[in-house]
Design a binder for this molecule. Sequence first.
Ligand SMILES: Nc1ncnc2c1ncn2[C@@H]1O[C@H](COP(=O)(O)OP(=O)(O)OP(=O)(O)O)[C@@H](O)[C@H]1O
Length: 360
Amino acid sequence: MITTTGLTKVYRSRGREVTALDGVDLHVREGEVFGVVGRSGAGKSSLIRCVNLLERPTSGTVVVDGRDLTALAGRGPRAGAELRRARSRIGMVFQHFNLLSSRTVQGNVELPLEILGVPGRERARKARELLGLVGLADHARSWPAQLSGGQKQRVGIARALAGDPKVLLSDEATSALDPETTRSVLELLRDLNRQLGLTVLLITHEMDVVKTVCDSAALMRDGRVVESGTVSDLLATPGSELARELFPLAGGRPREGEEGGDRTVVDVTFHGESTTRPLISQLSRTYGIDVSILGAAMDTIGGRQVGRMRIELSGSPEDNAVPIGFLRERGLTVEPAAPFGPAAGTTGTTETTETVKELR
Ligand SMILES: Nc1ncnc2c1ncn2[C@@H]1O[C@H](COP(=O)(O)OP(=O)(O)OP(=O)(O)O)[C@@H](O)[C@H]1O
């Protein structure tokens, strides 16, 4: 639904050049919620603004719903009208809502319809329908100043839906909201994604947002996409930074002097039904080895249960090749233990839901 190829954005100001995007290839499938995460300055906003041509890319292409927007942007004044039409099929939600304080809630939702030349009565009908969809049917005549942050963002979402978009872009839509309001706005985005078949591309610096609503995610650093994939594939990818951020293991380092040698420390990820099977005790019984659990957590990510565990096995890594194979054959991801703590991508706000247990 959205494909960027070799997307580059270089800002030039006062003789300085800043490369905000450095050859970004991204593919967002129709009907999915796709999250882009990364530290401040990684290029997330530039990416989303280039996707709807709010910023003109320096090079590369952006194709949305089969239309090459970059080609439209380059072809004279008539192409401008075509580009505007194509852009009206891409809704955008902003961090600070960007509502006009001089217009009522309904007036704000009607604004893009006015620009599209929709007649007054049809505009009002459509705006009321959209306000109903976002749960604000009773606030059509209110003024933005009378609304809470969450309500303002709902108006922003209703306005973004005015052109019946197939794609919704969200630029840190929940960053200015408290956790409870964030949850309800994310739920709304998820509902709209399901009800309307809307493809959502969102940028965020909060891993909890990815965890709650995203089907797929990408990690950006220094203007590049360094990892991307479906959340379940990422969780099953050994060494994935995003997986580590989505689901960090707390506590439990291997004890001093016990790494290597006659000890093997690995991180194990359980998905789906393997989360409920007693695989660790089977492993211990089958191979007669001691297994210590150094850290463990269960969580629901993208609506699926996932478990992670750091375990220490008696014996060297070579001795444990067969027991590790036993776990892998049963669908678990097993990788050498990564250092604890947030990885390099984001602010690492995720918390694990279970405490660390030691079972010996
Ligand atoms: N209009 C601009 N002119 C010059 N440089 C810019 C402009 N917009 C962004 N940049 C620079 O481009 C780089 C990427 O910025 P961008 O805002 O895309 O990153 P980000 O990941 O969205 O960060 P944040 O989360 O802080 O918004 C940064 O170095 C930034 O300073």
